[in-house]
Structure formats: structure tokens, C-alpha cells
Design a protein around this ligand. Sequence first.
Ligand SMILES: [Zn+2]
Length: 380
Amino acid sequence: MGKSLRLTRIRNIDVKAHPTFLLALLWVIYYWGYAAGHGVQGVLFGVFILIAAFVSVVGHELAHCFVALRLGLKVHDITLLPIGGVARIEYVSLTPRQEIAIALAGPFLNLMVAGLLSPVIIGILVVRDFGDALSAFLVLQETGFSALIVHLWLVNVLLALFNLLPAFPMDGGRVMRAGFSMIWGRLQATKVAVLLGQGLAISLLLGGILLRDVSLPMVAAFILIAAYVEARMVHLENAMRTLPVGQFVLWDLGGVQPDSPLNYALRGGVRDVAVTVNGTVVGMLWQEAVHPLLNSASKLRVRDVMDTDVLTMDVDDSVYDVHRQMLTTGRPAIPITENGIYRGIFTTDRLIHVYRYLQSGKSPRERYRGFVEALGLAGR
Ligand SMILES: [Zn+2]
């Protein structure tokens, strides 16, 4: 996600801050230093609160990531934006229950933190002799340890509640989509969840205008973009399920043979090549494995370098299934066979052709309609 700054790395997951995260810092300096009238002490306190909020958000995202890792998914990184965090998890088709487990993990962590802090909050109320819970909010105007704890508690409660809103792309929206997809299928369920997300975004926008608050429209914009991206992805995924991979395979004249000299196999450039014997795939020659051996290629044979862990798929398998196999096995290419005989190779590059195909032959008007449909605005 753009030029984000890497802050730390937890269990192989990069935690990054998006440049716009600086806006949050500027706001804290303005609000606590100037608007609240606490000066330098206020700024320092504001930075502490920002760090507390930041740790809560990272904890929330890490909770999603850890559950995803347990379910065998690949997790790339966590990016912090001024309005929250985004975890990039490679969602390889999950059952609705698994999706719900991942989605609930984040808010659950925040509720747990808030729950653990509750005795401390009650302690503060008793010690400070506050008559009712409402006057406890007066602590929020202060700049001390008690105020920090109350802020931390509040941040976690709000994070949990906001994320549990039943609208896409909030976690609550994901839970709702997973539930709906058991009844209507994923595409229709996404449309409903996206529609509710848009309703929420419009309410936030109106709320922002009424309350003269800039942060609400910012959150609304984020929701709209995230909902659009998700709807688009599910739409593409659905289209990919209907396309046979044979249509997009790079047709190949039989691959290379195990006994061929390596440099003969590499004529025409280093790339991922299938190794075959009488039309049957017996291995793969990965460019990654070949690259370090280029200098000694004349002395080696294909069989010395090839990977014999064979995975092939059929011309009639869908592009979606083949792509999913590539993601789960980490292979950049899969040989495609017809009745067991090697026909050609499908690589990550071919996905661009699939995407172009799905876009081709459409007039601007149809593309616009596709866009509107992807947003879930048009009923069918
Ligand atoms: Zn979340």
C-alpha cells in the first residue's frame, strides 16, 4: 500500500504506517496542545494517547492475522491509516464459519482489553469519589495517568463497537456476509453487505455535515472505497469460476525432456517450463532454480535441476481453481493437461489476459453498468 513506513515486524508480519498516519499526529498536536489548552504537556499526553490507540489498533489487526495464520492463510502486512488499520490477508476460499472466526477475533481482543481495564476504571472512580459514571468522563479532560487509562478503555470499546457495525467493510459486515452467504451465495451476500456499508457511509457523511466534523466524511470515504474494492473482487472471483483455464493457457509444444541439456531447454529465455516424457508431465523446471546455475548450464541436464513434485490441472478446471492452487501451493505456474497429456502452462502473468478478457467487448456504458452492479446498486 504505497510508500508506507515499516515500524516493526511481529511473527513475520510487517506493521507499517501509511504517510497519512501523520495527519493523526498533527491532529493530536493541534487538539491537545492548542485546542484543549494544555500546551507542551498536552502535546506529550496526546502522543501517549495516540500510542495507546495505535497499540489497540495493531492488537485488533494482529488478532485477525493470528486466527488467519492458524487457518493456514498467508498474511502479508498490517498498514495503519489515520482512521484504523488494514491487515492484508490472502483470503483463499474459506468456509463461512472460518470467515466469521477471523472477523470476530479483532473486536474480541478489544473487548477483552476493555474488560481487563474495567476493574482499574472502577478503582479510579472509587478513589476519585465520582458520584456517577457520567462524571467519570470529566477525567477525559485531564492529562494524567487516570485519563490515559480511561482513554485506552474508551478506544478499545469504540474500536469493538465500530467494527461490529453490520456493514461492509467492517468486521460486523464480514460476519453478516458470511451468514448470508450460507443462504444466498457469496455474490448476493456481498451485494447486501456492501449496500448496508454504503448506507452507513451516507449516514456518516450527513452526520459529518450536521456536526461540522471532518473525520466522519473521511471514514465514509474509506468505507465506500473498501466496499467497492471488495464488491469488485467478489465479482471477478465469480466470473473466474465460470472460465475454463484451457482458454488462457500458454500453448506449448510439449515442454522439455529430462535428458535434454539444460542450456537447450533454456533457449528462448529462462522461464518456468514443464518437463515431459511422452506427453506426461514428470516435473517442472523453475526459473528460480535455474538462475543460479546459468554458468554451468552446458554441463547439466534438465533432470539434475527439475522439481519432481508434480501438480497438474485439467483444461476444463476453472481459472479460479487453478489460481487458488497457485496461491495455496506457492507455485508461480501450473502445467495444464487434457486427458492426462500436457497441453500448456498457466502462469501468474496469464491472469492479466483473464482480466482483459472479462473487460473486453464491453462498451463504456456496459462497463459503467458493471461498475454499478459491482457496487451492488442495481438489482437483478
Ligand atoms: Zn477488524
